[in-house]
Design a protein around this ligand. Structure first.
Ligand code: PLP
Length: 482
């Protein structure tokens, strides 16, 4: 398996899975993709139906990472996908499944279900990929005798998933910037209560955008970046995307009895990482009818899938919503899909994403390319705060199930795309406790709290407060990476 950039660099060069694992963008600013998607045969699909999650992950990942010996990869996936790691299940009987499928009921002539992806250590779906990444990074760094210092900015979900995945890992340190006193008490406690010596929580005196600007400034200092071995774990990381392919297969097997059936997935989307994995599963041959992209008020993606116009927003046009992990101004993984949509033409992708930088977007309606979106099964919808509150209340009353705000956006939009005879699977991306304020508004009660998290706000916290100043952050990192 060879990897190429969506903008054309590296065609004719050799880039293995391990080569691109620790990096971010390709050198031409594009995103890495396999030179072709591996296909799953009918025999394989039949054999995979009954595999435990870890072994299914092994079978899928090995198609993308043929430079890692099978026995090593099997050990890594078995260590990652255990009932001990994904232990925050709401129904004990399901613990072994890692991603249990919960059927709510029949709507529109087919079952409507939730695929639980948030039973990991930080109660959001990002654990599904990040936990594997932690083990893959440690394995690859050890092999080459290298170390890595991960620098990131977070307003909640990504940062805590990265910290819980990298804690205690050899050869890795995490420097995570978060806005001082701007996260919920629960999210703050989740991150700052970690006492591992390789995890550094940096509370920046500013807002989330300031944290992101500092990360950008540090990354743009190429000499510093190289000297201090700075890397990132953002959502464009290829291994994260490919790890997410696995649960589309798992969800499909759980919702069907035979491989002649088709299902649809609805995916609460921000940076297009999660639903990009669904696209790849479909390209590999998983019988997927529709991929439904659900956005919140930040509807860059819904606008594209309705009109063919991709128009990134300015930060002043980006809303702070009650499903904050989907508050994006542009969708950083979207370029991977555009590459496929345009028949894998890197010159055109380069031109379009130049237009994004120079003119703020592009229009595929006029060129006729947009018509092909249908062939890929994509449709979309958007949700508002009122929709989210109504959906949380409705699902609770009708099905006795508490869902978080992002999943509520998914259920709201899924209901607009139901088809008789096609099961609809909504990806559950977080547990309600993470977004308690909206749960209280919708249900006038406290969100459910998994046992492991009782009293977490009272634990001692380990963090430093730094001024909103990239130089100060660089000095802090440099002192600790000597
Ligand atoms: C990150 C996140 C999303 C968005 O996922 P993308 O891969 O960025 O599309 C949705 N819901 C929750 C809870 C998240 O943490």
């Amino acid at each position: 398996m060879n990897y190429i950039s969506t903008r054309g660099a590296g065609i004719g060069e050799r880039h293995t899975f391990s080569d691109i694992l620790l990096g971010g963008l390709a050198k031409d600013g594009g995103l890495y993709l396999p030179n072709e998607y591996p296909k799953v045969s009918a025999d394989e699909l039949a054999r995979w139906r009954t595999l435990p999650y870890a072994d299914l992950a092994f079978e899928i990942l090995r198609k993308f990472s043929d430079d890692i010996p099978d026995e090593d990869l099997r050990e890594l996936t078995r260590r990652t996908y255990t009932a001990q790691v994904y232990c925050n299940v709401r129904d004990e009987e399901n613990a072994a499944q890692i991603t249990p499928l919960k059927t709510l009921g029949v709507e529109g002539g087919a079952p409507l279900s939730l695929l639980e992806l948030s039973n990991g250590p930080t109660l959001a779906f990002k654990d599904m990929a990040m936990q594997l990444l932690g083990n893959l990074f440690e394995y690859t760094l050890a092999k080459h005798g290298q170390t890595l210092n991960i620098l990131g900015a977070t307003s909640g979900d990504t940062g805590s998933a990265a910290e819980y995945a990298m804690r205690g890992k050899k050869g890795i340190r995490v420097f995570m910037l978060s806005p001082h006193k701007k996260m919920s008490a629960f999210q703050t406690a989740q991150m700052y209560s970690l006492q591992d010596p390789n995890i550094f929580n940096i509370a920046v005196e500013g807002v989330f955008d300031d944290c992101q600007d500092i990360v950008k400034a540090v990354s743009n200092d190429h000499a510093f970046k190289a000297r201090q071995k700075i890397g990132t774990v953002n959502s464009i990381n290829w291994a994260r995307v490919v790890a997410q392919v696995v649960y589309y297969f798992k969800g499909y097997f759980a919702a069907t009895k035979s491989n002649d059936e088709r299902v649809s997935f609805t995916v609460p989307s921000g940076n297009f990482g999660n639903v990009c994995a669904g696209h790849i599963a479909r390209m590999m041959g998983l019988p997927v009818e529709k991929l439904v992209v659900a956005t919140n008020e930040n509807d860059v993606l819904d606008e594209f899938f309705r009109t063919g116009i991709y128009r990134v927003r300015k930060s002043s046009e980006t809303y702070h919503t009650s499903s904050p992990s989907m508050d994006i101004s542009k969708a950083s993984n979207f370029e991977r899909f555009v590459f496929d949509l345009l028949g894998r033409d890197p010159a055109r992708v380069l031109q379009l994403f130049r237009d994004v930088e120079e003119k703020g977007g592009f229009d595929l309606q006029a060129s006729g390319d947009f018509a092909r979106v249908q062939e890929f099964g994509f449709v979309s919808g958007r949700s508002s705060h009122d929709d989210r509150v109504d959906t949380i209340r409705d699902v609770f009353e009708q099905y006795d199930t508490m869902i978080d705000t992002h999943t509520a956006d998914g259920v709201k939009v899924a209901r607009e795309h139901l088809q008789a005879g096609i099961p609809m699977i909504v990806l559950e991306t977080a547990q309600p406790i993470k977004f308690g304020e909206t749960i209280r508004e919708a249900l006038e009660r406290e969100p459910e709290r998994p046992a492991a998290f009782s009293g977490i706000e009272d634990l001692p916290q380990r963090f430093v407060v730094l001024a909103n100043d990239a130089e100060r952050v660089k000095a802090f990192v440099a002192e600790r990476t000597r």
